[in-house]
Ligand binder design. Sequence first.
Ligand code: GRG
Length: 294
Amino acid sequence: MNTDIHAYLAERRRVIDEALRSYLPPPTKKPRILHEAMSHSLFAGGKRLRPTLCLAACEAVGGDSAAALPLACAVECVHTYSLIHDDLPAMDNDDWRRGKPTLHKIYGEAVAILAGDALLAEAFEIACRYPGGSYGSAVVVGELARASGSRALVAGQVADLEAEGKEISVRELRAIHLRKTGALITTSLRLGAMAGEASRESLRAITEFGRFLGLAFQVIDDILDLTQTRETLGKSAGKDLAAEKATYPRLLGLEGAQQAAQRYTARAHEALAALGTRGATLAALARHLLARES
Ligand code: GRG
């Protein structure tokens, strides 16, 4: 599986992109500037990690991933909205994402805010295409709402803003990550598993896997942020930027952060044991994320 992971990811990306194009209004639809902006961010080169995990979780519990496709696309819309809003001047004030200018730099702040709002709303329209099975549609869509809202994703963003410029502990940092990054990753997996009619035991295993994968993903993201900034701007610049925010490398050092990522990934693998050989694709995805360079 590991050798095929790139082919697997490319194939999943094709399926997800095709579905997203079919579910969302085309960029030519009026109001054109809004639909163009939504489409611009949605197809700006994201890794499609969350929808891929959603489809893989569905298959890992013995389901047909076609059933999970609307849920996978809905999660990607929520993710894209969160990145657009996170980049705004009132939040992280970033000019660049994925090596390209951020949405507000191209379309202006007002359109970027509205494109984010519209993607969040579209997410729920798309999620409602899931007809429901042993887990009803209201349960599944409600779970996506909870993961996107003031108890998870938005709570994590608020905690992140509040932590700026403060000394926080690893425990507090982990609590931020569990909401800001972990909630949507875990929910992507859980929605896929629910669409695959997972048993309670399998759903528990998938949830545990998501929790540790989300933590590992964020630690690796922090490490890549630091090492790639150093590569681009020189070692001292990387250090200065890293000092602005609490991150794992800042609290634990680069080596300590790398060990934490490995520990979290190992815990994620352990959680998969309950799924037997069906967990192989999720395990390969976790290995791939640990080794990623972007
Ligand atoms: C604005 C409500 C609101 C929330 C924002 C997602 C987020 C919360 C902030 C973005 C900044 C950040 C570092 C978040 C942690 C999650 C993360 C690493 C997001 C990037 O995910 P990738 O790498 O993105 O999957 P791509 O570009 O591949 O889609």
